[in-house]
Design a protein around this ligand. Structure first.
Ligand SMILES: [Zn+2]
Length: 461
């Protein structure tokens, strides 16, 4: 038999060259500078110089003057509220939120959910937020959920669509039943039959509205199918209540939990769980922020979210910055109260450095997404979600480059965004998504939901 030579076309790959690489991996550390090689949707190598690994099929990004970080992940976002930007700016009480924002929920048609989600997802990608837990507590029909999923598919952000279990406040048991049934079908279609970028999980009904009995049924379904869950944890004691019901595990991500006591934080830490904090909204809404420091100390892995664009910008850099400053403030207040003033360093004080915030938004957030072993670090074998932050023309901050990311960066500095090995933004511009389309989607929702109360339709383009 004659011998045949098989020529294989090399797999398309991407070489990010010459960046300051913050791998967020304890073994690899920082590379000053370094290269990241991506093959398919995974990172295949990280090192000081990978030029010899480039093939004819390799696209090379000259990343000098940038800081490479794992894609940022928002672990608590209500994308359906994105067109309501600013509507809750003056909000103060929980009732304000209900009357200004949440009551509009039932006016949203599936088209509105689609357009809002699309607009939010485009804005997140533009801002370097490659992954999100989209807490959609506006699934008033199966079509609404399908519309949200369609929007996520269109943008290609890495999303956990947390299917809202909370119907109308006077919802019937049948209203709950169709949601559970629909999730079962979507699990087959999206989780088992999809590309992995988009997944379906559960946004559990809040215990105070949905009852523990309902939430127990939701958790049972999620565990049967292996779905991630998240839950609004606003009134005190619910983490303990879940534990006492034998339901607490790391597959549930509580959001806020500002009232959690140290015992509850220890329960979360013991099961390997974490909390999604949304410090801008929580702080602005008068919540206690000492929980940030207590959670960090307890090892109840904090991650961060924007929560609602009705209150603040889609900007995780701002969330990291505020979280850092709040945690420093909590430490300082404790020192003052203990009579230790002026401030002095002592063991455990201050508790955190800027780099911890980047850990919250990458490593911890990946775990919250259920991808702790697959995402959140720039390391071989991990999914290739990468953000390059431009430090030019004004120059990088002195000292720890992670501090540049946390304290000196805005979404405007996001030069390049890669999701699952695909370049989505380059040179400061989205490649295959149009920001003006996102703006138009926002305006359509406003016109439909707010009618004559909608603000100026904006410039025609
Ligand atoms: Zn929320």
């Amino acid at each position: 038999m004659p011998e045949t030579t098989r020529t294989t076309t090399p797999e398309p790959s991407l070489l990010i060259k010459g960046a300051t690489v913050l791998t967020m991996d304890p073994e690899l550390g920082d590379l000053l500078p370094g290269d990241v090689l991506v093959t398919g949707d995974r990172i295949t190598a990280v090192g000081p110089d990978l030029a010899d690994r480039a093939t004819a099929a390799t696209e090379v990004i000259d990343a000098r003057g940038t800081i490479a970080v794992p894609g940022l992940i928002d672990t608590h976002m209500h994308a359906w509220q994105v067109p309501l930007k600013g509507l809750h700016a003056q909000g103060w009480t929980g009732e304000d939120y209900q009357s200004e924002v949440f009551h509009l929920r039932e006016r949203f048609t599936p088209d509105d959910i689609h357009d809002a989600t699309f607009s939010g997802s485009v804005q997140m990608l533009d801002a370097g937020i490659t992954g999100v837990i989209d807490f959609c507590h506006n699934v008033m029909s199966p079509e609404a959920a399908e519309a949200g999923l369609r929007a996520h598919r269109a943008t290609g952000q890495r999303a956990l669509f947390a299917y809202g279990m909370l119907g109308s406040f006077d919802a019937t048991p049948e209203d709950h039943a169709w949601r559970l049934e629909h999730v079962r079908r979507l699990d087959e279609e999206v989780n088992k039959g999809g590309d992995g970028l988009l997944r379906v999980g559960l946004a559990l009904g809040s215990i105070e509205y949905g009852s523990m009995a309902r939430v127990t049924r939701e958790i049972a379904l999620a565990r049967e199918l292996g779905l991630r869950m998240t839950v609004h944890q606003n009134p005190p004691g619910q983490i303990r209540a879940l534990h006492e019901a034998g339901l607490l595990a790391s597959d549930i991500v509580p959001a806020h939990a500002n009232a959690a006591d140290d015992g509850e934080l220890a329960l979360l830490a013991a099961c390997g769980g974490g909390i999604s904090f949304t410090p801008e909204g929580e702080f602005g809404g008068g919540r206690s922020m000492t929980v940030l420091n207590r959670a960090h100390r307890a090892g109840a892995s904090p991650s961060l979210g924007i929560d609602t664009h009705a209150r603040v910008a889609i900007d995780l850099f701002a969330a990291m910055r505020l979280t850092f400053l709040l945690m420093r403030n909590v430490d300082a207040a404790a020192e003052r109260e203990a009579g230790r003033w002026p401030l002095a360093h002592h063991p455990g004080v201050p508790l955190v450095q800027p780099r911890h915030m980047l850990e919250y938004a990458t490593v911890n957030a990946a775990a919250a997404l259920g991808l702790g072993a697959d995402l959140g670090r720039l390391a071989p074998g991990r999914l290739a979600d990468v953000v390059l932050i431009d430090t030019e023309p004004y120059g990088v901050a002195l000292g720890d480059p992670a501090a540049h990311v946390v304290l000196q960066t805005t979404p405007r500095d996001v030069d390049t965004v890669v999701v699952g090995g695909r370049i989505r933004k380059r040179g400061g511009r989205l490649i295959d998504l149009d920001p003006t389309e996102a703006g138009a989607a926002t305006r359509r929702v406003r016109a439909r939901v707010l009618g004559s109360a909608a603000p100026d339709p904006g410039p025609a383009r």
